[in-house]
Design a protein around this ligand. Structure first.
Ligand SMILES: Cc1cc2nc3c(=O)[nH]c(=O)nc-3n(C[C@H](O)[C@H](O)[C@H](O)COP(=O)(O)O)c2cc1C
Length: 362
């Protein structure tokens, strides 16, 4: 039996979180549709305001305004169903502003990875909002729990473990990803559970654990629930949906991808990532650094004078459909995606398959 994820009187009817996908891949359209099916929809706080006229002049304001607007729209689509999360990268320079905008917008959960969200609890003045770090090791879970306990006297409300098969930025060493020597999701799960135990005991609270990275179908979901996970987070499969907020060309690129053209890329965030090989990725490989015309000054670890390219610009190009001149992030299983379907179709299929593999154990 899984630990249910709930906020106040609202809970998930199926233990599935749609992973936050920036830039602009998961906004209100996708998140609202996922919520409507009783799951957790997640809006990405990585430049949600990229379409606003004021974005290049004042990206923080454009993004904060967009957070408020996208949350409102997602809730309207969801008609009171599911839960709404926002994904805010800890590496973001304007992290505090985005957390505050999310609190003002009244999200159900704040999910934070790409760095360690060590002071997240201090920026949130609403105790009912669920706070969840994303980790890729037991060590990261231990550090976050220790600091949250000491400094903020709280423990996470749930945890997302992102394994090495995930899309987007990855919390693993590039060489380990290339050599396929990263720890398995199963091993990281066991380590994280061990690290969480003292804090679950101290705070007398269950900390549901969701696993992510390369999860493709209901058989996979059932496998991780049998292992003990309370649910899963999935990203790539949600790209190939009608409601996904990216341009059709981006979705089609996922459908057309092959095992051979999905590669590891170095991102200016300092983390490696995984994307589909295209002209842009070939150029960065062959020519090295791509000149930055105007820096958005958005990531703490990024230095515009020696960064290989502007990650925000590359992701903005891709989400708008300029897929040969941008970065198309995907998980390792993207090549298995065959068609673009509705979110309802995808979630109904996942539920059916999971129940088939689990019987009534969910
Ligand atoms: C296009 C894309 C963009 C992503 N952007 C983010 C992001 O901004 N922040 C984040 O924490 N994770 C991001 N992720 C990771 C997802 O939230 C999710 O954890 C991951 O995709 C799960 O692996 P899967 O794609 O194999 O299902 C992104 C993933 C993709 C595919």
């Amino acid at each position: 039996m899984v630990n249910e994820l709930k906020r106040n009187d609202k809970k998930l009817s199926f233990p599935l979180i749609q992973g936050g996908m920036g830039v602009g891949v998961s906004l209100s359209g996708l998140a609202g549709a996922v919520m409507k099916e009783g799951c957790m929809g997640v809006i990405s706080a990585a430049h949600p305001g990229y379409r606003k006229e004021t974005f290049r002049l004042d990206s923080i304001k454009a993004n904060c305004d967009a957070i408020i607007e996208e949350v409102k729209k997602a809730k309207e689509i969801a008609c009171g169903k599911g839960l709404l999360g926002i994904n805010i990268m800890a590496a973001s320079k304007d992290y505090i502003a985005y957390v505050k905008a999310a609190v003002k917008a009244k999200v159900d959960a704040i999910i934070s990875g790409a760095g360690l969200p060590l002071d997240l609890p201090s920026y949130v003045d609403d105790e009912s909002i669920l706070l969840a770090p994303i980790v890729s090791s037991g060590k990261a879970a231990r550090l976050i729990c220790k600091i949250w306990d000491k400094r903020h006297h709280v423990t996470p409300d749930f945890i997302v473990i992102e394994g090495s098969e995930a899309g987007g930025h990855l919390g693993f060493k590039r060489d380990d990803l290339l050599d396929d020597t990263c720890e398995s999701l199963e091993k990281i799960y066991a380590d994280v559970k061990t690290e969480l135990k003292p804090y679950q005991d101290k705070y007398q609270k269950d900390i549901p654990v969701f696993v992510a990275g390369g999860i493709y179908d209901g058989e996979d979901i059932a496998k991780y629930i049998k292992m003990g996970a309370d649910g899963v987070q999935m990203g790539t499969r949600f790209i190939a949906t009608n409601e996904c907020d990216a341009a059709l060309a981006f979705k089609q690129m996922v459908v057309d991808s092959t095992m051979e053209n999905i590669e590891i890329v170095q991102s200016p965030t300092g983390f490696p990532g995984r994307g589909i090989m295209n002209s842009f990725m070939k150029r960065t490989k062959e020519r090295g650094n791509v000149t930055i015309k105007k820096c958005l000054d958005c990531l703490t670890p990024c230095n515009p004078s020696d960064t290989p390219y502007c990650i925000s610009e590359a992701l903005i190009q891709a989400v708008q459909g300029n897929v040969e001149n941008g970065l198309v992030f995907v998980g390792s299983n993207a090549h298995r995606v065959q068609e673009i379907v509705s979110v309802k179709h995808l979630i109904d299929e996942l539920k059916l398959e999971t129940h088939k593999w689990l019987g009534d154990k969910i």
